[in-house]
Design a protein around this ligand. Structure first.
Ligand SMILES: [Fe+2]
Length: 345
């Protein structure tokens, strides 16, 4: 299995990870043969890379942080919350709570859960899938930090809806598909404030959910926005979502810049700690996100190359892609003799 640019995908390959539309429905499911028509449609929709199986040989299933069904329901719940908020209607908190409970159940019941994939976003589902990923990453960080379930629930809800205030920003700004001007940027920077207002008006939600959205762009040294809060004036949930949001944004492909690899984004977070990010949260983040996500092609210390086919917090499963052991599956544990030296693609 590989994570390949569309140009390198040929018709005999099959999809290894479902494509969700903006309603959270599976548009193309695992195992589908990628015909020319499908590939053209996906390209037109703005997809640049896909997870694919290269041959009909045996395929290992990989571990994901949450199930495809929960991912789909979470995408739908974010989309509906955004739609309601844009019409200034009350959010469907019952639906949001249900989705958050599924996410918590799945993350809490999996002892080796990591955030190990690069998700397949396009311009239609970008904000929804981004929100779901930030929620999953924040929840796993919260778990690492030992938060109780009721606290994790507040954190996860704030993380899922952190960008809700974007509905108050002129949609024209986002249709530009280019880097924003200073003026436009100033307007976008208002979204945490708007999000706070929208979430605060939902009486069934804890006020901390609203504060999480308010504070997710604040930075430890006071250089963030909208209030320029610093240090411990920023709530723990705000610090966690700041790290999860930055990581998710850096590893996503945007129109105006390429995505960073996971290990590069982690390096960037580390370089900005403790100035921008809370050291304890970043430490937990590093243990939460796979350095070499599923689909990475890596160089080994044995001069062979391999593809990462599964990652958990206990081990990395690779499949050799060159050398005498080609196609063989191998499980790397911390004390294995074989080590990953670098990421190739
Ligand atoms: Fe934001």
């Amino acid at each position: 299995m590989r994570y390949l640019p569309l140009d390198e995908i040929s018709e005999e390959m099959r999809l290894a990870r479902p494509i969700f539309n903006s309603d959270g429905r599976v548009l193309l499911s695992n195992g589908v043969k990628l015909s020319k028509t499908y590939l053209e449609r996906l390209r037109a929709m703005g997809y640049e890379r896909l997870y694919v199986y290269q041959d009909d040989g045996k395929q290992t299933d990989f571990t994901t942080s949450i199930s495809d069904q929960t991912t789909g329901e979470a995408i739908l719940s974010v989309k509906e919350s955004f739609a309601k908020a844009s019409k200034r209607q009350q959010l469907n908190i019952k639906q949001v709570n249900e989705v958050i409970d599924y996410i918590l159940d799945e993350i809490l019941s999996n002892p080796t859960v990591l955030f190990n994939i690069m998700d397949l976003k396009n311009h239609d589902n970008y904000y929804y899938l981004h929100s779901v990923n930030v929620c999953v990453i924040s929840t796993i960080i919260g778990k690492k930090l030992g938060l109780a379930r009721d606290k994790m629930k507040e954190l996860a809800t704030g993380a899922l809806l952190h960008d809700l205030g974007m509905v108050c920003i002129d949609p024209q700004i986002f249709s530009q598909r280019r880097r924003l001007s200073e003026e436009e940027m100033a307007e976008v920077k208002e979204h945490p404030k708007y999000g706070f207002g929208l979430l605060r008006s939902s009486r069934e939600l804890s006020i901390l959910v609203a504060h999480t959205a308010y504070q997710h762009h604040e930075r430890m040294d006071g250089s963030g926005y909208p209030k320029g809060l610093s240090g411990n004036d920023i709530h723990l949930y705000g610090k966690i979502v700041a790290v999860a949001d930055s990581y998710e944004t850096m590893t996503s492909e945007r129109v105006y810049r390429k995505a960073l690899w996971s290990h590069e984004a982690i390096r960037e977070l580390k370089e900005n700690t403790p100035e921008k990010y809370d050291p304890e949260v970043v430490e937990a983040m590093i243990e939460t996100a796979a350095f070499y996500p599923v689909g990475s092609v890596v160089a080994l210390n044995t001069n062979e190359e391999a593809v990462v086919v599964d990652v958990t917090s206990k081990k990395i499963t690779i499949q050799f892609s060159t050398g005498p052991r080609i196609n063989a599956i191998y499980e790397l544990e911390p004390d294995s003799e074989i080590k990953i030296e670098s990421r190739l693609s």
